[in-house]
Design a protein around this ligand. Structure first.
Ligand code: PLP
Length: 420
């Protein structure tokens, strides 16, 4: 495989890509930067600045408090769009509100309250930190046992591992559909079925799955889920998160933060908390309208692309990345730190290397390839099928190979950074 030939092959893949035109729907200010961190902070949709400008000047600036009649149900409306285009859920099952961490707390507490007598909470030992910390807190406050499931750093948990850990003392199991570090993808339907057999709730964290893989919450029998909108969904830094509660559970589950946006008939200002009968009961306080407004244009692009086409492209981008890593980077000391089977992987791919932190930094500073570092020694590269081209993957791997071959990362100091 010569460089010229294979870059041309990547160009041909781009030429044949039915989603290629969607790249123009994003703001790309530095064409020579290869951005492979859309799984951490998605790109700015080109329509977002005008949408925000209109909102700020007209709806806020001119409309003032009168605009609330239009804003009041934005969390629900955007939730329905997410349900339809991204999450495979039914209308009325998803709302956008708060952060992923807070939503996780609310739904985990609701599931625990609905499981009297059960004493065990399960979490993947390699789960994203906020999930583990929140569960540690909940378990400690309630005198429950939090059991961590040992899982392979690269391959993730298998359904058999989950099944083996379940028994009728388990109240709640919290799992990521796509692991933040390795990209390992879990079979939602199989886990949901296993948990249902023992009467445990599964709370899915979809932060790295939403917008990269078809999730099919309804069809997989999922009860509860949360996730970010600032990663593949391109809602902007700190964009409000979503939560999903299966329709059949909404009337019985109670969340712990009793705010007025969860109240039935909110503006009657009644004397006592009486939760809304539907998914609104999982809301808390006044929604962040400026942030919600940024989500609208982001979801327009998803509605147009379709999650199945995005997944097909995501798989093809990942396959190219892995193929080039095998050919060029294995001889330089890298190993694949993600499942090799694309059917078991989300959109991002991790590569292990003993000097991954310095390589990651040098890659950004000197080779203009933006990925990120994750402990203990992982370089995480996340092609986002909405705007990443096949030539971007090719160029990133080519520049990475050149950088490490020349040892340019070795000139950087080994020091810790606030944000990696
Ligand atoms: C990014 C991410 C989060 C982030 O939660 P915040 O409350 O938005 O900080 C949570 N869980 C997982 C799995 C993530 O990848």
């Amino acid at each position: 495989m010569t460089r010229e030939f294979s870059r041309r092959a990547a160009e041909q893949q781009d030429a044949a890509d039915p989603l290629a035109g969607l790249r123009d729907r994003f703001v790309i200010t530095e064409p020579d930067v290869v951005y492979l961190d859309g799984n951490s902070l998605g790109r700015l949709p080109a329509a977002t600045p005008d949408a925000l400008d209109r909102l700020v000047r007209q709806e806020w600036g001119a409309g003032l408090v009168r605009s609330w009649s239009g804003w009041i149900d934005w969390g629900r409306r955007l939730g329905d769009r997410l349900a339809t285009h991204v999450l495979g859920a039914r209308p009325g099952e998803v709302v956008v509100s708060d952060s992923t961490s807070v939503n996780l707390y609310k739904l985990a507490a609701a599931a625990l309250d609905a499981s009297p007598g059960r004493r065990t909470v399960l979490v993947d030992a390699e789960e994203f930190p906020t999930d583990r910390y929140l569960l540690q807190g909940l378990a400690e406050q309630r005198g429950l046992t939090l059991r961590t499931l040992p899982s392979d750093l690269d391959e993730g948990l298998g359904v058999a591992d989950v099944r083996a850990a379940l028994d009728d003392d388990v109240a709640l199991l919290v799992l990521s559909a796509v692991s933040y570090r390795s990209g390992a993808l879990l079979d939602l339907a199989a886990v949901n079925a296993a948990a249902r057999q023992v009467g445990a709730y599964v709370l899915w964290d979809l932060s790295h799955a939403a917008g990269s893989v078809p999730v099919e919450l309804t069809a997989s029998g999922a009860d509860l889920a949360v996730g970010c909108t600032y990663k593949y969904l391109n809602g902007g830094p700190g964009a409000p998160a979503f939560l999903y509660v299966r329709r059949e559970l909404q009337a019985t589950l109670r969340q712990p933060i009793w705010g007025w946006f969860g109240q039935r008939d909110q503006f009657r200002m009644g004397p006592t908390y009486d939760p809304s009968p539907d998914v609104d009961r999982f809301l808390v306080g006044t929604p962040p309208i400026l942030s919600l407004a940024a989500l609208e244009p982001a979801l327009d692009v998803f509605a147009e692309a379709g999650i199945d086409r995005l997944r097909a492209k995501g798989v093809a981008l990942g396959e190219l990345l892995v193929e080039l890593a095998d050919a060029w980077l294995t001889p330089l000391g890298f190993t694949l730190a993600s499942p090799r089977d694309p059917g078991r992987r989300g959109s991002h791919v991790s590569l292990a290397h003993p000097d991954a932190l310095r390589i990651s930094r040098a890659l950004i500073a000197e080779a203009k390839v933006v990925g990120d570092f994750r402990t203990p020694d992982r370089l995480r590269l996340g092609p986002a099928p909405l705007y990443t081209r096949f030539v971007d993957v090719w160029d990133a791997m080519d520049r990475l190979r050149d950088l490490v071959t020349a040892g340019r990362h070795e000139q950087l100091p080994v020091e810790s950074l606030r944000v990696t």
